[in-house]
Design a binder for this molecule. Sequence first.
Ligand SMILES: [Zn+2]
Length: 260
Amino acid sequence: MQLPDLDALHAPYRLVCVAPHLDDAALSLGGMLAAPPASAAPALVITLCTAAPTTDYNAVAREFHGQWDLESDDIVGQRKREDRAAMAELGVDFIWLEVLDAIYRCPTAYHSRETLFAAPQADDPLIPFVTGLFAGLRRQLPQARIVVPLGIGEHVDHLICFAAAQHVLGEAAWYYEDIPYVLRPGALERRLAALDGRWMAQPVTINDGLTAKVAAISAYRSQIGELFGGAAPMERQIREYAAAVADTGGSAERLWRIVP
Ligand SMILES: [Zn+2]
């Protein structure tokens, strides 16, 4: 079910996934989000960057648009239809917070791959927005496990979520491995080496959720070619990752938290 805004939160959510973009939740956490046991509370996905941009695109926006399988100029409209289908596959509640993606929000600052996959600008308006979001969630949903990107790949929107969660939620926050970036050899190790503190991995078994996860990712038709090279390689890579991070066989996704 789509909720109109954060004021509509009511259910006792067991799991809240904060996703910078329309696809991050299904990619990284689809198995944990999907198919809760009948006795469990539902899960919630909060996606930040869902606002429609003006058409005055910068170079990296034009580059991405050229790589996506777009049906028309209604880029965000198509991505929202894909997201709605993916959320239905997972059976979760979801909210779109209608912030602009970095490439549309600060087109001068984040104008290339080098500036987009790097430290955020100090005056980026997403920073106070996300800080306020986490403070509100802690008040509204004190019992929920809030899971945010670890920031593997260093996309600026992911890094802002990571830093704000650490600042506001402290040791209560959990972090997910950013797919597809974590699939690149050495990317996780590079990110962990850049972080302060001692970090602890926790694989979470998703055996029953893996099929729903693959189905949900398949809904993002505009993105699959760029991210994986097609539906078949996507399914293979997602299944290989799920097997690789499972401690004791089966399928998993892996969370991280800071050791108190
Ligand atoms: Zn993302």
